[in-house]
Write a protein that binds this ligand. Structure first.
Ligand code: 6GU
Length: 240
């Protein structure tokens, strides 16, 4: 999977995503990341400026279409087909795990990060395939949301997680929250590890963990229960 980010702050993307797991995934070639500075595609006479006043008036500045278009053309020139282009915006569809899983199937993904008051609508009409938000709050720019999405998508790419299965076992695989985890010591500050986990009885451990997932989801995220993948046994447990 190749991620390409069009941004005014490429250092933020490059620094922010070069962490342990994704750094290793990049070094091993499972994913790649390029951050392209839109400013590098400003018209020469504009000396690096890529924004202007909004037609119709109002506060703030709007990013102009041409520099973004040129940056996009540079990034996609070598691609065999037009990639999905994600415009990172609080006005988009809210990102979730199933979108992460779906986007992880793509060969190339382009993220367009806006700043100022927004981006000229015509370049969005021309190149963007998906408008995506990371939640109902407003951030100062699209870089953090792009990084959040790239992280979530990357861990769904085969090979990125060391334990091949762990991405699927975690929260949201079947639409439930993860069960609680414990390690040594067996007693900490008067709190003991649940006996069942020390019993060595694998079947009972799995049953307990499933029930903990169900309890935790019902308590913390009851909105997830109707769409979770539940067995007859799960439903029976929740009725008790
Ligand atoms: Cl995708 N962008 C910005 N600027 N703010 C956001 C967001 C995106 N998602 C939530 N807030």
């Amino acid at each position: 999977m190749n991620f390409h980010v069009l941004t005014l702050f490429p250092e933020m993307i490059e620094q922010g995503l070069n962490t342990s797991i994704l750094g290793r995934a990049m070094a091993a070639g499972y994913i790649s990341l390029t951050a392209t500075n839109i400013r590098d595609y400003a018209a020469p006479e504009r000396k690096g400026r890529v924004d202007d006043y909004p037609y119709g008036g109002g506060a703030g500045m709007v990013m102009q279409p041409e520099p973004i278009d040129r940056a996009y053309e540079a990034v996609t020139a070598s691609m065999e087909k037009e990639p999905r282009v994600i415009y990172v915006t609080p006005q988009g569809k809210v990102f979730n795990q199933s979108m992460a899983r779906e986007l992880a199937q793509e060969e190339n993904l382009v993220f367009l990060c806006g700043h100022y008051e927004g981006v000229d609508e015509r370049i969005l009409d021309k190149i963007v395939t998906d408008h995506v938000s990371i939640g109902d709050y407003v951030l100062t720019g699209g870089e953090l949301p792009a990084m959040v999405m790239i992280d979530a998508i990357s861990r769904m790419v085969p090979g990125v997680l060391t334990n091949d299965a762990s991405g699927e076992i975690e929260s949201f695989y079947d639409g439930l929250l993860e069960y609680p985890q414990y390690t040594r010591p067996v007693e900490y500050d008067g709190r003991r590890v649940p006996d069942i986990l020390l019993s060595g009885h694998h079947v009972n451990v799995e049953k307990w963990r499933r029930e903990q997932s169900l309890i935790r989801t019902r308590e913390r995220r009851p909105d997830l229960i109707p769409t979770a993948t539940l067995t007859e046994e799960d439903q029976k447990f929740l009725r008790k």
